[in-house]
Design a protein around this ligand. Structure first.
Ligand code: IP8
Length: 256
């Protein structure tokens, strides 16, 4: 069985987070190049950045299901799909072949459907990178935002990858971003839990805090989680290889 690595390309890498509906073209290109140069198929998930969070906030949608207007849902979906096409196009232009996965279709009640384990593993074995993204999805109680970070965690639980990489617009996790020069090299699950990270207020799915929470859940099933800078190609390639990189490793440890 081919080894599986999951990469989350953060919304801050592929969009200008403070400017609504603005792609970060050099970030999209650099992440696509890193994936291409790494050379192995990956399970890819990307965030929505300013193509999702501004609109979600505007229409009052969050991770909890609520009733939303059809216009709101259609507008958010349309917007994240535009970003998704740009990411897919950049990847394909660098020679990375992807298979697009509708986030909603992955889910069954209670999590990702077991059947996807074989399907996703087969895609990887055939040299194709499945790709999904943070989205707005229907539930029995209305619509909700599903974060790419949440999809990554659910995929990690299903697929037990050799590692998970979160690519962001900073080098890693910092104790104090403004004061520290370098991010923390390694965090145990306990240390990660103690670390207070400022949630970015515009991010309806929890920003850095949300990422760290999902990383802790992944590390608890024994999987190493790497945080790295997706705007720095060499950093990202090293993280994908699981080598010492300039980012932060949350050390996986199987907890009963
Ligand atoms: O950027 C959020 O996904 P994320 C999706 O991965 C929307 O948290 C539509 C805001």
């Amino acid at each position: 069985m081919g080894r599986i690595i999951i990469l989350k390309i953060g919304g801050s890498v592929i969009t200008e987070k403070d400017k609504p509906l603005t792609p970060r073209l050099e970030g999209i290109r650099s992440a696509a190049e890193a994936v291409a140069e790494f050379g192995e198929p990956l399970v890819l998930v990307h965030g929505a950045g300013s193509f999702g969070h501004f609109l979600a906030k505007k229409y009052g949608l969050s991770r909890h299901p609520s009733m939303a207007s059809p216009e709101a849902v259609a507008e958010i979906r349309d917007s994240v799909m535009k970003l998704d096409s740009m990411v897919i196009e950049a990847l394909r232009s660098k020679g990375v072949q992807v298979y697009w996965l509708q986030p909603f279709a992955l889910y069954n009640i209670g999590g990702i459907h077991e059947k996807w384990k074989t399907i996703l593993t087969n895609l990887i074995q055939q040299g194709i990178s499945p790709i999904s993204f943070g989205d707005v999805i229907p539930t029995s109680e209305g619509f909700r935002i599903i974060s790419g970070d949440e999809i990554v965690r659910d995929l990690a639980e299903l697929l037990h990858p050799v590692r998970v990489v979160f690519a962001m617009d900073v080098d890693g996790i910092y104790r104090n971003y403004r004061k520290d020069e370098r991010p923390i090299e390694e965090l145990s699950i306990e240390e990660a839990k103690r670390l207070a990270v400022d949630p970015v207020k515009i991010d309806v799915t929890g920003g850095m805090e949300g990422k760290l929470k999902e990383a802790i859940k992944i590390a608890r099933i024994g999987i190493n989680v790497h945080f790295t800078n997706g705007l720095k190609k060499e950093h990202l390639i090293k993280a994908l290889k699981g080598k010492d990189h300039e980012g932060t490793l949350v050390k996986g440890k199987l907890l009963a």
